[in-house]
Design a binder for this molecule. Structure first.
Ligand SMILES: N[C@@H](CCC(=O)N[C@@H](CS)C(=O)NCC(=O)O)C(=O)O
Length: 215
C-alpha cells in the first residue's frame, strides 16, 4: 500500500511532512481533508488532528514522529536533533514566531481554495474562540508584523545559507513550514534574503504549495 498523507494545505505541521516527503523524494497519495470533516481523522487515529500518515504498517499523527518514520536513512538527523538543548530553544522560537504568524495569516487562509463557506465558518468559529474575532486580528496586522519582524531578523542572521548550517536540515523544514503561510498576507513582505531562503527550501523539497488545487 502506498503512503497516504491526510493534511490541510495551510497547516504548518502538515507542510513539514510535505516538505520532508519532497526532500526525500518519496511518492505519496495526497488527501486534503475538509477542515470541518471530523469523522475521517477520528476514524483514523481517534482525534481530529492532522497531519496523519498511513502506510502498510500503521496510521500515525504528530509531524515530527511522521518525519522520523519517513527519514529511514537519517538524512535529517531528526532523533539526535530532537533531544538536543538547541532544539528546545529552536522550538521556543518557533512557538514565539508562530503565534503572530497564525493571527496574521488565519483570516486570509480561509479565503484560499481549500475552504468553502461551511469549512470556513467552522474554522473561523473554532479559531475565534481562542484568538478573538478575525476582523480584529486583521485590524491588528501591524502589531503582529511588529512582533514577527525582529524575530525574523534574528533568524535571518543565522541563515548561512541554511539555518545555522551549510546544508539543508530539520530546522529548515520546520522554519519554512511555519513561514510559508505568510505568503498569503498582503500586508507582509519577506526580506530578499528570507524570500530567497524559502525559495531554496521550496526547490530542495520539490514543494508546490498549490499542487492539490491545480493537479
Ligand atoms: N503536534 C501536532 C500539531 C498538529 C496540529 O496542530 N494540527 C492542527 C492543524 S495546524 C489540527 O489538526 N487542528 C485540528 C482542529 O483544530 O480542528 C503535530 O506536530 O503534528
Amino acid at each position: 500500500m502506498p503512503i497516504t498523507l491526510y493534511h490541510y494545505v495551510h497547516c504548518p505541521f502538515c507542510i513539514r511532512v510535505r516538505l520532508t516527503l519532497g526532500y526525500l523524494n518519496i511518492p505519496y497519495s495526497s488527501q486534503v481533508l475538509r477542515y470541518d470533516d471530523e469523522l475521517t481523522p477520528v476514524q483514523l487515529t481517534g482525534k481530529k488532528m492532522l497531519p496523519i500518515l498511513r502506510n502498510d504498517e500503521r496510521t500515525i499523527n504528530e509531524s515530527l514522529d511522521i518525519m522520523g518514520l519517513l527519514d529511514k536513512e537519517n538524512k535529517l538527523k531528526i532523533s539526535e536533533t530532537r533531544i538536543s538543548e538547541e532544539f528546545v530553544s529552536f522550538e521556543n522560537l518557533l512557538d514565539k514566531i508562530g503565534k503572530p504568524i497564525h493571527s496574521l495569516a488565519m483570516p486570509y487562509w480561509i479565503y484560499t481554495p481549500e475552504f468553502d463557506e461551511k469549512s470556513r465558518t467552522y474554522f473561523q468559529t473554532k479559531k475565534e474562540m481562542k484568538r478573538g474575532p478575525f476582523k480584529e486580528l486583521v485590524h491588528r496586522s501591524e502589531d503582529f508584523i511588529a512582533e514577527i519582524n525582529p524575530l525574523l531578523s534574528e533568524i535571518e542572521k543565522k541563515l548561512t545559507p541554511y539555518y545555522i548550517s551549510k546544508s539543508m536540515g530539520l530546522y529548515d523544514i520546520l522554519l519554512a513550514a511555519h513561514l510559508w503561510g505568510l505568503y498569503v498576507v498582503p500586508e507582509f513582505q519577506f526580506t530578499d534574503k528570507v524570500h530567497q531562503y524559502l525559495q531554496r527550501i521550496k526547490k530542495d523539497c520539490r514543494f508546490n504549495y498549490h499542487q492539490d488545487f491545480w493537479s
